[in-house]
Design a protein around this ligand. Structure first.
Ligand SMILES: [Ca+2]
Length: 188
């Protein structure tokens, strides 16, 4: 009597190997997917913190500013950035998705551009960062200035709105911070 060999046939062995490979590959993707999501959530919370800080900084500078130029995504003004009672020529401008602070020079020293916020999506969404208002008229409240480029000297209040989103195609969704700044008009 021929004894049947116990053990795996080649086909069985290939099956087992395929199963192991499938298992390993899916484990890898589940793990990697989790990591990417964590990464995006981490980046988003960093970007939100940055946006809140930059909103505060913009509000602080603009409160004491004399405007020289007013646009949806750029504002130019003079204010005392370093509290030495001398004004600096200053600009907030959106370059791509980066909000940049430009100070012409401080104490006669030319300044490098400073990035205030990243992944800013205002332009992509067609939402101005800066909206301008004039004097309050009676009970109507501050009036929207339609052509701030020409009427920047009438601006009394600026609404700042920042929309940040690391990756618009992924969750978490966009995050918005906004504030109103009343100008005190810094004397040059
Ligand atoms: Ca100064």
């Amino acid at each position: 009597m021929i004894k049947e060999e116990k053990g795996f046939t080649l086909v069985e062995l290939l099956w087992v190997i395929s199963l192991i490979v499938i298992l390993l590959v899916s484990t890898y993707y589940i793990f990697e997917g989790g990591l990417t999501l964590n990464q995006v959530v981490g980046d988003q919370s960093k970007v939100q913190t940055e946006a809140r800080a930059s909103l505060e900084r913009m509000a602080k500078y603009l409160r004491g500013a004399t405007l020289w130029g007013a646009g949806d995504y750029e504002i130019t003004f003079r204010c005392d950035v370093d509290d030495d009672l001398m004004g600096e020529d200053t600009t907030f401008t959106l370059s791509g998705t980066r909000l940049i602070l430009k100070i012409e020079e401080m104490n006669d020293v030319p300044m490098r551009d400073i990035t205030l916020a990243t992944y800013v999506r205002n332009r992509e969404q067609g939402v101005p960062i800066f909206t301008y208002y004039g004097e309050s008229t009676g009970t109507l409240g501050p009036q929207l200035i339609e052509n701030p480029e020409e009427e920047y000297s009438n601006v009394r209040m600026i609404h700042i709105k920042l929309i940040v989103d690391v990756d618009p195609t992924r969750k978490p969704g966009p995050y918005t911070v906004e504030t109103d700044v009343k100008l005190r008009n810094f004397e040059i």
